[in-house]
Unconditional design. Structure first.
Length: 202
């Protein structure tokens, strides 16, 4: 666990390891690049490299409440090794949706709340250690309507990515979109009609 808010409302600045079996909580020493503790960042588990990749999120600073920062966090015993990666192409952003692409060794991300209209685009972050970089897969006009705090997952049965729910300027979004390997998005009509509230997806 990294960042977030404590019960007191203070910004949490430490990293914790929580044992799900014994319910133990151990504080980890953070080493490496300096990063801001995020709230609401997208977390993608990079399975091949056994590390978490955190993208954007809210941060406590006077100039802006969103961060463009992207970093990896990898546990090594009692140490959490942090390394800055290239910033999100749309700059400071929060509420990004994304999923891990094992075949492509990358993270697929889209959407989020940002002042930059490029946030609507679909990007891939390659996750080869030391060679991480961003690539635009689909331009804003070829990506789903802009939203934030949506959920995204990989569908192994059909080898595609699914984006659902989230919020837009008009309120809760109830649409579902799929991203094929060809980097083409398509909407799934009526996919959430039977769901009482799209908030259940968030």
């Amino acid at each position: 666990m990294i960042g977030g808010l404590e019960e007191s409302g203070r910004w949490a600045r430490e990293a914790l390891r929580v044992g799900l079996d014994d319910r133990s909580v151990t504080q980890l020493t953070m080493q490496g690049d300096a990063v801001l503790s995020p709230l609401g960042a997208l977390v993608v588990w990079d399975a091949e490299n056994a590390r978490a990749v955190l993208i954007g999120g809210g941060v406590q600073r006077a100039s802006n409440d969103r961060a463009a920062q992207v970093f990896s966090a990898q546990r090594d015993g009692g140490v959490l090794r942090v390394r800055r990666l290239p910033d999100h192409p749309a700059g400071p952003i929060i509420g990004v949706a994304g999923a891990y692409d094992a075949a492509g060794r990358r993270a697929i991300v889209t959407g989020g709340e940002s002042m930059d209209p490029r946030a609507r685009a679909t990007f891939a972050l390659s996750l080869e250690p030391g060679r991480e970089r961003w690539q635009e897969l689909a331009a804003p006009a070829q990506s789903p309507p802009r939203r934030f705090s949506a959920v995204m997952a990989y569908d192994p049965a059909r080898d595609r990515f699914v984006l659902a729910g989230g919020y837009t300027a008009a309120g809760t979004d109830r649409t579902v979109w799929v991203l094929e390997r060809t980097a083409r998005w398509a909407q799934v009509p009526g996919a959430l009609d039977a769901v009482p509230s799209a908030n259940a997806l968030l």
